[in-house]
Design a protein around this ligand. Structure first.
Ligand code: GDP
Ligand code: MN
Length: 360
């Protein structure tokens, strides 16, 4: 039009009246993206895909978090892409920056060593902040206070099939706390002392939050390493490095907000490994979940097709792929489920398992 100038470009967004939208019964849940302003295109691509494959039927809210304020451009474009309400949160500096018990000199030294050793993201401070935030702080953000469930999304991911169900509903109906799609081996040189720290935590667990006979510890530990299934040749511990790939998560915020998870996180955090090493939120979540939950409280979403570079999943059943309008190839060389990088066979095998403590 001739005069389209709007002095308040956000005026019609994210305070709009969504009450007229119809949708199936919904859970108390939000889709969640931690993202940088400069990742806007990747964020929009992920949103477009998830909206098409799932959320256009539900209109769940989208929550965006950032360690710096979101730009107006980012808010306008993502609100236009969303079929539900949007909200934008600024992460408090204390939830993001390294805590004061981290020794700066030691940190600098450790980081230098990790760069020399070619540790992935070994040179990055912000990556460490991000991993610690995702391990211990995302679920405590003000904007998430009133939600029970979250669905983690990253920029530049893709969903190749229509969702055959609402994953939030699956969690609630099955009384589960967490669902994943991909499981991989961690790079061992990012977490040299993580498992020792976990074993200390288990030994000191006075509150008896850990129930060895009911939990998923068997999925994470092995008496003997089987080299073929992963880069586990010089392991320092009996942790087999398996973890849920946390760039996709559907989870119960109340679990992470619980005293027992916070206690577990604080124990790890005090050791400083988020900075002196480069502990990722994926192994931290996975170990916490596997120790503290019952086996049936963790779900593998077999029917959801997901892509985060460089791996994807794709349903193997021909009928399922047609029914869910899939655009993926299960025989692709990037389908993790048929690769040796996957921990899924261990997941199937070790529904229950014995826990092996390090000897000596
Ligand atoms: P990778 O998947 O392990 O390679 O790590 P990513 O670069 O994808 O980062 C993981 C998630 O954290 C993504 O959603 C990123 O957008 C987000 N992220 C990473 N670093 C930062 C940061 O410094 N600030 C913000 N706001 N988000 C970040
Ligand atoms: Mn990523």
């Amino acid at each position: 039009g001739a005069n389209t100038y709007d002095p308040d470009p956000l005026s019609h967004l994210h305070k709009g009246n969504f009450s007229g939208l119809t949708h199936p019964p919904r859970e108390n849940a939000t889709i969640l993206m931690l993202v940088r302003n400069e990742e806007i295109e990747g964020a929009l691509e992920s949103m477009r895909s998830l909206e098409d494959r799932f959320n256009r039927d539900y209109h769940y809210d989208w929550t965006f978090l950032n360690d710096v304020p979101f730009t107006t451009e980012f808010k306008i474009a993502t609100s236009a892409m969303a079929s539900g309400k949007t909200q934008y949160g600024l992460i408090p500096v204390d939830d993001w920056n390294r805590p004061d018990w981290i020794n700066d000199d030691k940190f600098t030294q450790c980081m230098k060593k990790m760069v020399e050793d070619n540790v992935i993201y070994g040179e990055s401070i912000s990556y460490r902040n991000m991993c610690r935030f995702n391990s211990g702080f995302f679920f405590r953000q003000e904007l998430l206070k009133n939600y029970d469930y979250y669905f983690r999304v990253e920029p530049n991911v893709d969903y190749y099939c229509d969702f055959p169900y609402d994953p939030f509903k699956v969690l609630r109906e099955r009384k589960a706390k967490y669902g994943f799609v991909i499981s991989l081996y961690e790079y061992e040189n990012t977490i040299p002392t993580l498992w020792d720290t976990v074993e200390d935590y288990i030994k000191e667990d006075n509150a008896k939050d850990v129930h060895m006979d009911e939990n998923h510890i068997g999925f994470l530990t092995d008496k003997e390493k089987i080299g073929r299934y992963g880069p586990v040749t010089e392991s320092h511990s009996n942790y087999n490095l398996c973890h849920f790939w946390s760039n996709f998560e559907v989870g119960d915020l109340n679990f992470f907000r619980s005293d027992r998870y916070i206690k577990f996180f604080n124990h790890l955090d005090q050791e400083g490994g988020f900075y002196y090493e480069r502990w990722g939120d994926a192994p931290v979540h996975s170990i916490g979940l596997s120790l503290l939950l019952k086996q049936e409280e963790i779900i593998h979403f077999d029917e959801i097709s997901y892509y985060h570079p460089p791996f994807n999943t794709c349903p193997t059943g021909n009928y399922a792929r047609l029914d869910q309008r899939c655009s993926c190839d299960p025989d692709s060389e990037f389908n993790i489920d048929i690769l040796v990088h996957s921990c899924l066979m261990r997941w199937w095998k070790n529904g229950s398992g014995k826990y092996f403590m390090k000897e000596g």
